[in-house]
Design a protein around this ligand. Structure first.
Ligand SMILES: [Zn+2]
Length: 154
C-alpha cells in the first residue's frame, strides 16, 4: 500500500536510533501503513477495539504501580510487576507525547506479556502495536488471549 508522506516521515523516525535505542518496527519489512492496517483487522476480528484493549491493559499497570517493583496478584489469576525507570520517551507519531519509562509484566498461567507506557499510548491513540521483531511488539491477539483466561474461569 502506498502511504502518505506524513506516515512515511513517522516510519522513518521509528527506525532504530532515531527516538530510542531500539526500533519500533523491528525486522518488519512492511510499511507502517500496512502494519497499522493488519493490526486494525486483527483487533476488529477479535471483536474489540484499540481503546478497549488499552483500557484493560492500563488496569493491570495501575494495579502493579501501587506496589512498584513488587509482584501483585490481580483477579486471583495474574501476577503483575511494574517497574519504573528514569526518564521519558517521545511518541514517534509526533504528537509531543512523552511516555514515562514504566514497564509492566503480566503473567497468567499460560503466558507472560510485557508492555511499556508508550505501548499503552500508541495502542490507545494510534492503534500501533509495533512491528514484528520489535523489542516491544505486542500482538493484539496475545493481549486478547491473556484477557480471556480470566473470562474462561468464570
Ligand atoms: Zn502519540
Amino acid at each position: 500500500m502506498r502511504q502518505d508522506p506524513r506516515l512515511q516521515m513517522i516510519e522513518n523516525n521509528m527506525h532504530q536510533g532515531v527516538l530510542a535505542t531500539y526500533g519500533f518496527l523491528g525486522s518488519d519489512t512492511r510499511s507502517l501503513a500496512d502494519v497499522l492496517q493488519a493490526d486494525q483487522i486483527a483487533v476488529h476480528d477479535l471483536g474489540t477495539d484499540h481503546r478497549a484493549l488499552a483500557t484493560k491493559m492500563r488496569s493491570f499497570t495501575a494495579a502493579g504501580l501501587k506496589a512498584l517493583g513488587v509482584p501483585v496478584t490481580v483477579n486471583r489469576l495474574y501476577q503483575v510487576t511494574v517497574e519504573e525507570f528514569k526518564g521519558s520517551i517521545p511518541c514517534p507519531f509526533g504528537d509531543n507525547y512523552q511516555a514515562r519509562k514504566v514497564l509492566t509484566q503480566v503473567s497468567s498461567p499460560t503466558k507472560t506479556l510485557y508492555w511499556s507506557d508508550l505501548n499503552l499510548h500508541m495502542i490507545e491513540e494510534h492503534g500501533f502495536y509495533e512491528g514484528i521483531g520489535a523489542r516491544y511488539r505486542i500482538d493484539p491477539r496475545a493481549i486478547a488471549e491473556l484477557l480471556e483466561e480470566e473470562a474462561d474461569r468464570r
